[in-house]
Design a protein around this ligand. Structure first.
Ligand code: ATP
Ligand code: MG
Ligand code: MG
Length: 554
């Protein structure tokens, strides 16, 4: 039943269409350009974009830049890049709330003329005291009953720069006894002599979020203004502003605010303050460090827009607050890449394997399927030589029970190549194995030989034709046993092993042609992505996105 499987927002939209309140669904993503976007924002972006698409409507990209601060321009660019990368195509040009400052000013004047707004001279501290508490009603300001004429003049003087920051505000005249504190004459304009990144010094009064946001929505014809749960108590004010400024006549009409639960990931740091500290303490290298969950970091790590979309769809849209496990996101990227990427051989912790009876200097090219589960991906040629590298853990001098890989006397399959039997090994003066020796059986070429059975299959890379590269492995930056935050002092519980840099890895030569953000499976080792920051042409660095083993089951 399609109606039942619809989420609560779709059900609201259906009703609005049925009642005739909504002709064309228009949604928006309204970030404040004051930081990088993270996985939670991805949910909001894909939700708003997805609804517009589903209903044949329109999705607006609007910067909510009504609060001027210094660091903004850089964030406008990074946010645009993130939204584009996620594939959320917005309608027309990017929009800026600051373009509506004239409409907002006019709306404020309209409220004053209706006797619904007044200029207040109380200080910020006094306004806070007068506001009251949940159990105590607020107290009216002595300036509350100024005449319309006086208010109009004072507000104009505020705009002209006659007053210093903090000396006067414009407040909506609603109800100081309202049980909802947001309705106790909220401030809607303040004086701030600040330079705005787009409007420069044109304005020295700026609208407050609760006044600006509904007008931005109304000006753009947004029908469904989707935000997170903490704004639920602000909805009566949202409707009040839209109605009193003349954009609608009742709460049932559009635009209307709809709240949903934020996306939280268990044991993952998302707070800006904490990420800033990780950056400042040098624990991570910037906002796009592959261990973080900013959209830029997820992209750099190797997550795809498709995997993120699958993830937010699996999580669903609800009003119930909860926290989702990170392994669910890992599940999604494995699912997405499984049939899409080539399965290559890469040795991360190498030890040399010498085939004593293989001709010196010979290079044989083995025909290898690019993806055994997806024959359409074709085959490639992988060079095979007398000296190879194999994983150090694929050889043991004295194997425990059930160890089927290389040990003296044992025969294994070199994936896609030959069966080899271990004959000997060499150690250095510290007792570390530096070379394993074996002989091969030419009869077994291709690895599909059925004449006898071997239990172990290991991967390899030619020591002379393969290439050396850097590979980075990651774990959670948080110590999962202890949880994100230390309960005593609020500090973070950091996992000291969250990043491992391997500089001596050997890769199939074809991998040297990989470019930024190319993704592969390295057989037995996981999924990997070419780092988009530190790689150089012909010198890719690989990030492990995720291992092959999963703890998550759908
Ligand atoms: P801050 O005010 O600290 O920047 P913010 O990131 O919530 O916090 P916005 O930039 O205004 O602020 O966010 C843009 C949009 O993303 C908003 O509509 C917000 O509701 C949504 N959003 C933010 N965090 C999440 C989250 N964890 N899950 C889902 N949506 C989110
Ligand atoms: Mg933000
Ligand atoms: Mg915000």
């Amino acid at each position: 039943n399609e109606a039942l499987s619809k989420n609560f927002i779709e059900q609201i939209i259906d009703k609005d269409i049925e009642s005739g309140h909504c002709k064309k669904v228009i949604t928006r993503f309204p970030p404040e350009p004051n930081g990088y976007l993270h996985i939670g924002h991805a949910k909001s972006i894909l939700l708003n974009y997805g609804l517009a698409k589903e209903y044949g409507g329109q999705f607006n990209m609007r910067f909510d830049d009504t609060n001027p601060t210094k660091e903004k321009v850089e964030f406008v660019d990074s946010i645009k890049a993130d939204v584009e990368w996620l594939g959320a195509e917005w309608n027309g040009d990017v929009l800026f709330a600051s373009d509506y400052f004239p409409q907002m000013y006019e709306a404020a004047v309209k409220l004053i003329k209706k006797g619904k707004a007044y200029v207040d001279d109380l200080s910020a501290e006094e306004i806070r005291q007068y506001r009251g508490t949940l159990t105590e009603p607020g107290k009216e300001s002595p300036y509350r009953n100024r005449s319309v004429e006086e208010n109009l003049q004072l507000f104009e003087e505020m705009k002209e720069g006659k007053y210093a920051d903090g000396t006067k505000v414009l407040r909506a005249k609603i109800d100081m006894a309202s049980p909802n504190i947001n309705m106790r004459d909220p401030i809607i304009y303040r004086v701030a002599h600040m330079t705005h990144h787009r409007t420069g010094d044109q304005w020295c009064i700026y609208p407050m979020y609760d006044f600006a946001h509904p007008i931005e929505d109304a000006v753009e014809g947004i029908t469904h203004s989707i935000c997170t749960l903490e704004f639920e108590d602000h909805r009566p004010l949202y409707d009040w502003v839209v109605i009193e400024t003349g954009y609608k006549t009742s709460p049932e009409e559009n635009p209307k605010q709809i709240e949903f639960a934020k996306l939280y990931l268990t044991n993952v740091v998302t707070g800006k303050r904490y990420i800033k500290k990780l950056v400042e303490d040098g624990i991570v290298d910037g906002w796009d460090d592959p261990r973080l969950v900013s959209i830029a970091a997820l992209r750099r790590r190797g997550f795809t827009p498709e995997a993120i979309k699958m993830f937010v769809e699996l999580v669903g849209v609800t009003k119930a607050q909860g926290s989702v496990e990170y392994p669910m996101l890992e599940y999604c990227i494995r699912e997405d890449l499984k049939l899409k990427v080539k399965r290559m051989m890469a040795v991360l912790d190498p030890v040399k394997l010498v085939i004593d009876n293989y001709p010196e200097g010979q290079v044989e090219y083995m025909e290898v399927a690019n993806n055994q589960e997806n024959p359409e991906m074709g085959t490639r040629k992988v060079p095979f030589t007398k000296e190879l590298y194999i994983e150090r853990e694929d050889f043991m001098e004295e194997p425990p029970k059930k160890y089927f890989r290389l040990f003296p006397g044992n025969e294994v399959r070199l994936m896609n190549a030959y069966f080899v039997t271990c004959t000997d090994y060499v150690k250095d003066e510290n007792g570390k194995v530096i070379e394993v020796h074996c002989t091969y059986d030419p009869e077994t070429k291709g690895g599909n030989f059925t004449g006898r059975k071997v239990k172990g299959t290991i991967h390899w890379v030619s020591a002379t034709e393969g290439c050396k590269a850097e590979v980075r492995l990651y774990e959670n930056i948080v110590d999962e046993e202890k949880g994100v935050y230390n309960e005593e002092d609020g500090s973070m519980n950091i996992n000291p092993n969250s990043k491992t840099v391997l500089t001596e890895c050997y890769l199939e030569p074809e991998l040297m042609k990989a470019v930024s953000e190319d993704k592969f499976q390295f057989v037995r080792n996981g999924y990997f992505c070419v780092d988009n920051k530190d790689s150089e042409p012909g010198k890719p660095i690989f990030n492990r996105i995720v291992s092959l083993k999963s703890s998550f089951k759908l």
